[in-house]
Design a protein around this ligand. Structure first.
Ligand code: NAD
Length: 419
């Protein structure tokens, strides 16, 4: 498989080309953005608890670092490959540029089902992976964070491994760390909170109130889906359905969110939640709700099922949950789509705050973090909305155009080395 082959890379490339055409981006800038700057593939051998050795494939890709050090999560998932990682790194370039961060785009991952490994095996995997990709990551070059299948503990092991090799603590090498070792307040909820902020901005644009009559369905009940659900629930919205890889649950009068969150905390998966009406993930996507948040994985709404989606607002909590064809279909139908690089940018924004706080050794309070997060997302949302009006295009293309304008300017100023 080449670096360009995955559906996700092809989709990201297609988005780039669509936006470049609309805004008439300089073809020389487009040419450079089609390729990742650097891609590292590593093998990660670990000793399993039974004494045998098993090798996993790991990746770190830096797409573009014009604006600053690479930034992007680390994914542990059986679907991870070089091309998918490269596509996600490209999306990170656009996301950081869109919200005005001095950071470039990167992504990493290991092809593994973390649910099949013990805690000790996961620790070995993380430490060996960190050692292998240390070649290209560091607090001034490329700063990983959690993504699907990884969390604060993964970041703590990563940071410790890097620090052991350097000989002193280097908290700035990763973000999404636990608070006790230099993490930021608000980081865990930041992506989901950002999704909820963006839904509020979108609701205002279409005259929708968020109240007891507002129905919400959430596909993916993890680090993004749960806090987004909690925020909207706290505003009074009715969360009628949530799902994870095991199943979906549905209640037209609103599910008992607290029990579902507690159940998943204890048992990891929604399945077997007492008293729940089970639906499939496909049924959840097609529910007649006001707001749909696909917050699991990419490519869940395609040209084949996009016509079934009825939600008025579709908030892309995950990266690339709707394919390009699906976006055209839902936007033509009149749905308000909040694109991933805007909708889920809360995570990278607070990661940036964490990195800055770590560099300064000076930590902010939660109110300051959430106020700054809200301010950046609101400004970015308005820029994208204005761009969609001036180019008469959907919000997805407008977000790309807004990001590309920033990148285009910076890439021209820096020039092409050697000239
Ligand atoms: P997570 O592992 O915490 O949660 C993922 C959820 O999706 C889980 O509930 C899982 O069971 C479910 N899921 C996985 N495969 C599924 C499938 N095939 N069908 C239905 N549900 C499925 O991951 P996360 O961090 O919440 O990330 C979710 C998405 O958001 C990813 O696309 C990720 O790249 C993106 N994202 C995450 C962050 C962050 O800060 N965590 C930031 C930006 C974007």
């Amino acid at each position: 498989m080449s670096i360009f082959d995955s559906p996700l890379y092809q989709d990201a490339l297609g988005q780039l080309e669509d936006a470049a055409k609309i805004m008439q981006l300089d073809p020389n800038i487009l040419e450079r953005l089609k390729y990742p700057k650097r891609a590292l593939q590593v093998s990660v051998p670990i000793r399993l608890d039974d004494g045998s050795v098993k090798t996993f494939m790991g990746f770190r890709v830096q797409h573009n670092m014009t604006l600053g050090p690479g930034k992007g999560g680390i994914r542990y998932h059986p679907k991870v490959d070089l091309s998918e990682t490269a596509g996600l790194a490209m999306l990170m370039t656009f996301k950081c540029a869109l919200v005005g961060l001095p950071l470039g785009g990167a992504k990493g991952g290991v092809c593994v089902d973390p649910g099949q490994l013990s805690r000790q095996e996961l620790q070995s995997l993380t430490r060996r992976y960190a050692t292998e990709i240390k070649l290209i990551v560091g607090p001034t070059s490329d700063i990983p964070a959690p993504d699907i299948g990884t969390d604060g503990q993964t970041m703590a092991w990563f940071m410790d491994t890097y620090s052991q090799i350097e000989g002193y603590a280097v908290p700035g090498v990763v973000t999404g760390k636990p608070i006790a070792i230099g993490g930021s307040l608000g980081r865990n909820e930041s992506t989901g909170k950002g999704v909820a902020f963006c839904i509020n901005f979108a609701a205002k644009k279409i005259g929708m109130e968020i109240n007891r009559n507002t129905t919400v369905a959430i596909h993916g009940f993890g680090k993004v889906g749960v806090p987004a659900a909690e925020d909207l629930y706290a505003q009074g919205a009715k969360i009628v359905a949530v799902s994870d890889v095991s199943c979906g649950i549905y209640n037209k009068d609103g599910i008992d969110l607290r029990s579902a969150v507690e159940w998943v905390k204890q048992r990891k998966l929604l399945k077997d939640l007492p008293g729940a009406k089970i639906i499939s993930n496909e049924e959840l996507l097609a529910l007649d709700v006001d707001i749909l948040i696909p917050a699991a994985i990419d490519g869940v709404v395609t040209k084949d099922n996009a016509r079934n989606v009825k939600a008025k607002i579709i908030a892309e909590g995950a990266n690339g949950p709707l394919t390009r064809e699906a976006i055209d279909i839902v936007c033509k139908r009149g749905a308000f789509l909040i694109p991933d690089i805007l909708c889920n940018a809360g995570g990278v924004i607070v990661s940036y705050f964490e990195w800055v706080q770590g560099l300064q050794n000076f930590f902010w309070d939660l109110n300051e973090i959430n106020t700054k997060l809200h301010g950046i997302l609101q400004k970015s949302f308005e820029e994208v909305y204005a761009c969609s009006k001036s180019y008469k295009c959907d919000m997805k293309k407008a977000a790309l155009i807004t990001a590309l304008k920033r990148l285009d300017k910076a890439m021209r100023l820096r020039g092409l080395f050697p000239s």
